[in-house]
Design a binder for this molecule. Sequence first.
Ligand code: PGA
Length: 245
Amino acid sequence: MSKLIIANWKMNGSIEQIEHDLSIYAKSVYTNNPSVVLAIPNIYLYLAAQIQNKLGAKFSLAAQDVSKFRNYGAYTGEISASMLKELGAKYFIIGHSERRTYLNETEDSLVHKIDNTLNEEIIPVFCIGESKSIRESVEYRDFLENQLKTLLKVKSSFDKLVIAYEPIWAIGTGIVPTSEQISEVLKLIKAFVQNYLPHAKITALYGGSVSGGNASEILNLPEVDGVLVGGASLKPGDFVSICTY
Ligand code: PGA
């Protein structure tokens, strides 16, 4: 199965960088033929879609957030799922620990955002992950299952669902869990989906300090269907080497 590799640029980039990096990705051919997705700041999606059309689509686009309000209305500053769809977003990242921590993303807003995007056939990339102190307690599996239970509150049905395991202690730290730790959580995720959302086609990702040096080992684990890449996705050379894992 083709692996899914998502670049999470977070709040980084510029028009110049989008034009430069995307022209490289449009030309790149990867032996293992992964599906490459670029989650760039929402404001650049339209530009990226134009580059994609002009140079031939070798990647898909993802949004990094969406309004919890549906369609159109008096919500100053908000961008709806239907607008993101129009801009070319096929996926969107939801539940990232940075947004849960710094933007007070609540379960209620997660559920609304997922519902709104499913309604527009945008695939959610739902992130879960525990802190270092929770990892060191015996309850980290319960904590992760509780995060997954948010998905059971979504009204729309899931056709396709991407879930990314991103331990907070691995994000941007250079620390990567052992292969056993990654496999254990991805098995937990797949068992949860099988149990509660059996009609969803699940793609399970790992994210947190993925680099050109460790991508091959991680992507070759049987439970790993892909990776979510932060820092290393900002350097096209590094990102290309991850995609050629
Ligand atoms: P990182 O970030 O690759 O820089 O650790 C991953 C993420 O936050 O998605």
